[in-house]
Ligand binder design. Structure first.
Ligand SMILES: [Zn+2]
Length: 114
């Protein structure tokens, strides 16, 4: 399951970034583009499975925000959303592969225990 390794990578990243305080992290906010192949429900299930082995994260909650795919059209210089995987400008109907949002997978924010 690739979500399990994603969750473990998130923990590794946070432990490297916050070596002294990562145990106080209570909320992790993940931003996942629609093209990143991350399903929020699968991520949360994987998270619950991983924290069974990692009791230091037992009080931590994972939040996943999914971002829609947005393309940039060279012809009309507009940013338009991709609907149902049709990479077509919704203004002039020209195809575009300039994805400017939707491929990212990143930790957007962490909150520590107060
Ligand atoms: Zn256009």
């Amino acid at each position: 399951m690739h979500e399990i390794s994603l969750v473990r990578n998130i923990f590794k990243t946070l432990e490297a970034e916050f070596p002294d305080t990562y145990q106080n992290i209570r909320n992790i906010y993940l931003t996942a583009g629609e093209l990143s192949n991350v399903q929020p429900i699968l991520m949360k299930n994987a998270f619950d499975a991983v924290i069974l082995d990692e009791p230091k994260y037992a009080k931590t909650i994972l939040h996943v925000e999914v971002l829609p795919v947005i393309i940039y059209c060279d012809d009309c210089n507009q940013k338009t959303p991709v609907i149902q995987y049709k990479f077509i400008c919704s203004i002039c109907n020209k195809p575009s592969k300039n994805v400017i949002q939707g491929e990212e997978l990143l930790i957007s924010k962490v909150e520590f225990e107060k």
